[in-house]
Design a protein around this ligand. Structure first.
Ligand SMILES: NC(=O)c1ccc[n+]([C@@H]2O[C@H](COP(=O)([O-])OP(=O)(O)OC[C@H]3O[C@@H](n4cnc5c(N)ncnc54)[C@H](OP(=O)(O)O)[C@@H]3O)[C@@H](O)[C@H]2O)c1
Length: 273
């Protein structure tokens, strides 16, 4: 697998359809899968089943894939925890990743992401402890790269001013009304961090109906969703899709072949916020 994929298939909220949909995504051509060891929203063992089925069917090998998972604080979990809540945060991180590797049937993931900082305002001492534990997992070879999710510019600046190692990835919900998360994207660009955008469609339903998007879509015989994903790629984002629909899976991957003229990219980027 190249160091960075070009599209991530997201596996949240699929419950007992997780295995079948993830296998379908692999058969359709996705090679990068986003998970979390958070049973409340993800069924990671189901992703592991899909991987095993795809290996057996000869669709992919582990080396073709980019597998990403996350560590989620207890606050974001239900009772189905992948670690001992009485253990230190550092031990929780190690237990969570060990459990992910078991779910996914692999000895390493490609990216291990902090699902969200402990405070929506500051990068706290708890986050620093978790981040250090995540770095140890990376140094031990259990993940190639590290990421953080649901972060503000302030979190990233605090990480930087504490002279902490910066992540390889930021994964955020991408709202068009704030310039498609412009502040955070700019920080990422300046620090060579790859920005992963999720909820590109669901966070921006109004944008999908506006002429800066619908006009080029009609002209290029593409869907507005495809234009959103092509736009995301044009501004350097690594987009996520979690579609459960076979046609949408194909269309989303086909959007990688769409090239938007610079003036269209500019118009979409500035249409809100
Ligand atoms: N880090 C975090 O905290 C966090 C939070 C949320 C999500 N995520 C990740 O991001 C992934 C994607 O989640 P998301 O919030 O972006 O929403 P999503 O699960 O991708 O949902 C997209 C919605 O748009 C619809 N849709 C219509 N046309 C589509 C098209 N052409 N392509 C794709 N979808 C289309 C889908 O319906 P159909 O299914 O019918 O296509 C679906 O209802 C998740 O699975 C998860 O891996 C991460």
């Amino acid at each position: 697998m190249p160091i960075l994929p070009d599209f991530l298939y997201g596996t949240a909220w699929k419950e007992d359809r997780t295995a079948a949909l993830t296998e379908l995504a692999l058969r359709t051509g996705f090679r990068a899968i986003d998970n979390a060891n958070q049973r409340r929203h993800y069924f990671e063992a189901g992703v592991g089943e899909a991987l095993a089925a795809a290996y057996r069917a000869g669709i992919v090998t582990r080396d073709d894939l980019f597998l990403q998972t996350k560590f989620t604080y207890q606050r974001g979990q239900d009772h189905r925890l992948p670690y001992d809540p009485a253990a230190s945060l550092a031990v929780q991180v190690a237990q969570s990743l060990a459990s992910s590797l078991e779910h996914l049937g692999t000895d390493h993931v490609d990216s291990f992401v902090l699902h969200g900082p402990s405070s929506s305002y500051d990068w706290t001492d708890s986050d620093a402890e978790v981040w250090e534990a995540m770095r140890k997992e990376r140094d031990a070879g259990r993940t190639r790269l590290l990421g953080v999710s649901n972060v503000s510019l302030r979190h990233l600046e605090q990480l930087e001013s504490a002279h902490s190692e910066l992540p390889a990835f930021v994964q955020n919900r991408c709202f068009a009304r704030v310039g498609w998360d412009r502040e955070v994207r700019t920080f990422c660009y300046q620090h060579k961090i790859t920005y992963q955008g999720f909820s590109l469609l669901t966070a921006n339903p109004e944008v999908l109906q506006h002429p800066p998007l619908t006009a080029p879509a009609a002209q290029m015989k593409a869907t507005p969703a495809q234009v959103v994903f092509a736009f995301a790629r044009s501004v350097g984002m690594l987009p996520l899709t979690g579609t459960s629909n076979a046609t949408h899976m194909k269309e989303d991957l086909e959007s990688l072949n769409l090239t938007l003229p610079p003036e269209v990219v500019k118009a979409i980027e500035s249409m809100a916020g």
